[in-house]
Design a binder for this molecule. Sequence first.
Ligand code: MN
Length: 130
Amino acid sequence: MAQPLVLVVEDRPMNAKLLRDVLSASGYDVVEAADAETGLAIARERRPAIVLMDIQLPGMDGVTAVRELKADPRTAKIPVVAVTASAMPLEREAILRAGFDGYQAKPISVKELVAEVRRLVAQEAEPRAG
Ligand code: MN
């Protein structure tokens, strides 16, 4: 059985490696992008089950990238979780308003991150009636 694919958009190799290791150990396939432009191209081409998106990226930032994903019918339904050091409550609200489906603060809690990925992937796989 194919494992759900997670797209990790993260410019810092150590952060990307941590996410890759955690997700691989939790039963997911992982594809990585080090910038938002590459991430958008991969999302359109491979339609991952979920995207984990850093906010501060070289070039396009994560907030702009989530808006592009949500505006594109090919990728609009893919859940996108912000993974960011911006942990202030107001910033969290702004991040959720920007279109993210979830939010994980760095340093990440492995348990919370995996739980949120599982919840959002399951929701997308079995949408509620109506
Ligand atoms: Mn970054």
